[in-house]
Design a protein around this ligand. Structure first.
Ligand SMILES: Nc1nc2c(c(=O)[nH]1)N[C@H]1C(S)=C(S)[C@@H](COP(=O)(O)OP(=O)(O)OC[C@H]3O[C@@H](n4cnc5c(=O)[nH]c(N)nc54)[C@H](O)[C@@H]3O)O[C@H]1N2
Ligand SMILES: Nc1nc2c(c(=O)[nH]1)N[C@H]1C(S)=C(S)[C@@H](COP(=O)(O)OP(=O)(O)OC[C@H]3O[C@@H](n4cnc5c(=O)[nH]c(N)nc54)[C@H](O)[C@@H]3O)O[C@H]1N2
Ligand code: SF4
Ligand SMILES: [Mo]
Length: 577
């Protein structure tokens, strides 16, 4: 029998799935168009954890839950940390927040992902309402800015076929190879580029004056700020030509333009400012509030939905929490030993934890170190519902099959609530709560109600309703001899889930041989990896995919200036044999 569900992964596309006799297929309607991606096509081949373990010994689920209870009893409430990632994007994942916050445990805040960019959007627009896929489809020109759609959002590709495409990325990605224009700038050159693009647009009288008058009246001051960017020196520094800027302006003039940003632009201390400078260019073009125009990033997937799980709690940073301050650490849907920045620091602080609990699907660095491992049920075997950060659908995810192993987030939380006398509603209650935010569309799909397909039609959500431009920026470039570290997403893994790599990618003219092992080092640490060539790279860049074991030995656990976000590409690196 066919059953409809949705992909649970942290991914732009949030695809609809048909489950038929144990096989997963993409739904035919909507953007999924019958296709999934390699992760979901092979989902069932990845070996999951079946049995709980305590101190290396397999135990039954009942005993595992008892151990968990004992661990929570054995320490003060303020010595308990709940650390939850986005291994599964279902809204029911948060039910454990309800228990831990009500119990008095510490929770996390901040972002390993899109936080800096989001902070920039909030500063400029007052809210983070995304341009959905359905509007990108209506555009004439698409600027792919720090996003790699062939890998991370492949369902966007059919929607932008035949449009003019501009790519701004230090790597010649697949989309860059087929683009009308590829600006292969130096990493972190984007803010200066966006400011220069705004400046030249103004000089060429290409701005949408009507829009600026009504919604962004501080544009003159911003234009003056862009005049502080020295043209020739900056273009040389970021490795962009005036001709390329001219060509962008020629392509976008008078057209419906979608600027499709990814997280690549904002893995830096000033990631918020980069995003805000890109938004400012969009404002100069008058792209907000118009059909087929706008800026797409990672929207707020929970926009217009209230959480039934929210309870006030003490919070520490997801980016650089010192785990050693806690006796019991409960990790859910995350692999911090691989995915948090500064792995050496993370390892050292996790080592001090008396009771480390891992609640997840797969074995990894964190499960290896954990004292107690509780297997989760995969999305096929539990009830859930999800939304997306790139479209407005709400997708129901009923249990489509039975499985004896593991436990769902709801059942685990219900057990803890019962043992510690915390009130909890039924699973149906919470599912219904979320479904109440959905409305049925003509095409039979459900959407989150009250979400605008064309955001900011009535102005921005800032205090005065106007776009708020950047007022200052960092002039200095990080000029040193070292190399840029690029650490984007791999097509083989979803961060640290599925097939992970062991490679460092370099340009073939770099002087190293393929398969040779090299040490890559930064001020925070080093990692040894095998060389692979990628001639789509600039010669001043080293590429190590997210999920590669040891990549975050190289990264800094400092926060972005705004948005409490990780800054995975701030550190420069060196390569040696
Ligand atoms: N296959 C696969 N899909 C995924 C994921 C995965 O791990 N694997 N992860 C999911 C998650 S959690 C997220 S957040 C999304 C993210 O997906 P994307 O937004 O696509 O993010 P990245 O792959 O990190 O980087 C995208 C591009 O930014 C470029 N880039 C790097 N630095 C710069 C820079 O300074 N300037 C500019 N202009 N470009 C730069 C990189 O070269 C890369 O091509 O993908 C989701 N989808
Ligand atoms: N160097 C570098 N580091 C990065 C990034 C980068 O681009 N470069 N990207 C960053 C970004 S954007 C992100 S979002 C983070 C992601 O970092 P994490 O949130 O740690 O994500 P994953 O590595 O995918 O680990 C997800 C875990 O969830 C578990 N899981 C999967 N499904 C379920 C479920 O249904 N229930 C439970 N309980 N567990 C489940 C899996 O076992 C897996 O261990 O990494 C960040 N780290
Ligand atoms: S493209 Fe993304 S949402 Fe679609 S099946 Fe693959 S991982 Fe899931
Ligand atoms: Mo992410």
């Amino acid at each position: 029998m066919n059953k409809l569900t949705a992909c649970p992964l942290d991914c732009y596309d949030a695809c609809g799935i048909v489950y038929e006799d144990g096989v997963l297929k993409g739904v035919k309607n909507g953007h999924t168009k019958g296709f999934l991606c390699p992760h979901l096509n092979h989902y069932q081949k990845y070996k999951q954890i079946h049995m709980p373990r305590y101190k290396g010994q397999e135990i039954g689920l009942d005993e595992a839950l008892l151990r968990l209870k004992e661990m929570l009893v054995s320490c003060e409430k303020n010595e308990i940390l709940h650390y939850r990632g986005n291994g599964n994007f279902g809204l029911m994942q948060e039910v454990s927040d309800h228990f831990f916050a009500s119990f008095g445990a510490t929770m996390t805040e901040g972002s390993l992902c899109d936080g800096a960019g989001e902070a920039g959007i909030l500063e400029g627009r007052g809210s983070n309402v995304n341009m959905p896929l359905s509007e990108i489809e209506k555009s004439e020109v698409v600027i792919i800015w720090g996003r790699n759609p062939h890998t991370t959002s492949s369902h966007l590709l059919p929607l932008i076929k035949g449009k003019k495409i501009i790519v701004i990325d230090p790597i010649k990605t697949k989309i860059a190879k087929i683009a009308d224009l590829h600006i292969q700038l130096k990493p972190h050159g984007d803010m200066h580029l966006a400011m220069l693009m705004s400046r030249f647009l103004h000089i060429e009288n290409g701005c949408d004056e009507e829009f600026l008058k009504n919604h962004a009246s501080e544009c003159k001051e911003y234009y003056e700020l862009t005049q502080n960017v020295r043209i020739k020196a900056t273009l040389d520094e970021i490795d962009v030509t005036l001709g390329q800027i001219g060509r962008v302006l020629e392509l976008v003039r008078g057209k419906k333009v979608a600027i499709v940003c990814g997280v690549g632009i904002q893995k830096y201390s000033d990631g918020a400012d980069v995003m805000r400078a890109i938004d400012a260019f969009a404002a100069f073009l008058g792209l907000f509030g118009k059909e087929g125009c706008g800026v797409s990033y990672l929207g707020n997937s929970k926009d217009k939905i209230s959480s039934p799980f929210y309870t006030k709690a003490k919070k520490v940073s997801k980016v650089n929490v010192d785990f050693s301050h806690f006796k019991t650490v409960f990790i859910q849907g995350s692999n911090p030993l691989s995915q948090m920045p500064n792995s050496l620091k993370v390892k050292k602080s996790l080592f001090e934890v008396q009771n480390l609990v891992y609640f997840g699907l797969y074995e990894n660095e964190t499960s290896e170190m954990a004292d107690l491992i509780i297997p989760a049920k995969s999305f096929l075997y539990k009830e859930d519902v999800r939304t997306s950060y790139s479209h407005n659908a709400m997708m129901f995810m009923p249990k489509v099959a039975e499985c004896e192993n593991g436990i769902s987030e709801y059942d685990l939380s219900a057990y803890l609530c019962k043992e510690f006398s915390v009130e909890i509603q039924t699973e149906e209650f919470y599912l219904k709560h979320f479904k109440n935010f959905a409305v049925l569309k003509m095409d039979g799909s459900w959407h989150v109600q009250n979400r605008d397909d064309i955001p900011y039609e009535d102005g921005f959500d800032t205090d005065n309703g106007e776009f708020c431009f950047l007022e200052e920026f960092e002039m200095e470039f990080n000029m040193n001899e070292k190399l840029f570290l690029l650490t984007p997403k791999s097509h083989k893994s979803l961060n640290s889930q599925f097939d992970r790599e062991n490679n460092v990618y370099l340009h073939s003219e770099f002087g190293y041989k393929e398969d040779e092992e090299l040490t890559i080092s930064s001020i925070n640490g080093s990692v040894r990896l095998r060389v692979r060539y990628n001639d789509g790279l600039r010669k001043d860049c080293v590429l190590i995919y997210s999920g590669t074991k040891g990549v975050n030995n190289l990264t800094s656990s400092k926060h972005s200036y705004d948005g409490k976000s990780a800054i995975f590409q701030e550190n420069k690196v060196e390569v040696s044999i």
